[in-house]
Design a protein around this ligand. Sequence first.
Ligand SMILES: [Zn+2]
Ligand SMILES: [Zn+2]
Length: 58
Amino acid sequence: MDENSSSAPTIKQVLCPVCNMLVDPREAVEKIEHGEHAHYFCSAECRKEFEADPKKFH
Ligand SMILES: [Zn+2]
Ligand SMILES: [Zn+2]
């Protein structure tokens, strides 16, 4: 019995650049767009920390 049920939804998660926690971009409320790329954060606190020194996280 061969079943080709490889229809697992691909949820592309990204890391919060501040604390390295996995964040689902579709649910991320804290987000910064930098032109070509975007950053997603797990919380407002992480976003604030990022904004305080963005270069640190690039
Ligand atoms: Zn975070
Ligand atoms: Zn950036």
